[in-house]
Design a protein around this ligand. Structure first.
Ligand SMILES: [Zn+2]
Length: 217
């Protein structure tokens, strides 16, 4: 069955500039995907708090038959020293009012209104930096429909799509390249922002732990 096509285009690309920030490398653990490398240059680096990771995985595991998903909340920043753009995913909003089945997920107009209500009420000053959804027993990629949804609802270059495969515990981020292309097969890793004094919580089997946090001198 084909998902219904929402008739609205939710957000035109925003002309906002990133805020000035500092890459949180001193408390972040790098997780690499098999596709990360010099040939692929995403327009933004992705940092995700351990709390947001746990929240996404909990929602992903809540239905192992049907696709589920939601929005990613955080900030879009530019490192003042290196001019590296990056997003920090601070939380996740499980979607309500969705239509879904074992091979598709559709956000409805009500889902999108609820995301923005939650954002305004609970996360003032934050942005929807992307979205996440699951692919039970299907692997980590973006379908043609996922690409359509991404372009229509999350059109800013710094907005990302996270796909989670809950059965094999895999995940990856789809991020645009400088030329605006979004490769639907090759996903990126991310930086996990650790809680003070805590160990990593990342359990995805397809990502490899790389650089440990780099404490400041
Ligand atoms: Zn999908």
């Amino acid at each position: 069955m084909q998902p219904d096509t929402p008739r609205i285009r939710w957000a035109a690309p925003e002309e906002v500039a990133p805020r000035s920030g500092e890459l949180p490398l001193s408390r972040a653990w790098r997780w690499s995907s098999p596709f990360d490398g010099p040939a692929l240059q995403p327009v933004t680096a992705v940092f995700m708090s351990a709390r947001a990771y746990v929240r996404c995985c909990a929602h992903a595991g809540s239905d192992l038959t049907n696709e589920v998903g939601g929005a990613l909340v955080g900030r879009w920043l530019l490192d003042a020293e290196t001019a590296q753009p990056f997003i920090v995913i601070e939380s996740a909003l499980p979607a309500r009012h969705t239509r879904h089945g074992s091979t598709f997920l559709t956000f409805t107009q009500d889902s999108l209104v609820a995301f923005h209500d939650d954002l305004d009420r609970r996360y003032p000053g934050r942005e929807l930096v992307g979205w996440f959804h699951t692919h039970p027993r299907m692997g980590v990629f973006l379908s043609g429909y996922d690409l359509w949804l991404h372009e229509n609802f999350f059109p800013n270059p710094w907005q990302v799509a996270l796909v989670i495969e809950p059965h094999t515990s895999q995940g990856g981020f789809f991020v645009k390249q400088a030329d605006g292309r979004l490769d639907p097969r090759r996903y990126f890793g991310f930086y996990e922002i650790l809680r003070v004094g805590r160990q990593s919580v990342v359990r995805w089997t397809n990502l490899r732990p790389e650089a440990a946090p780099q404490p400041k001198e």
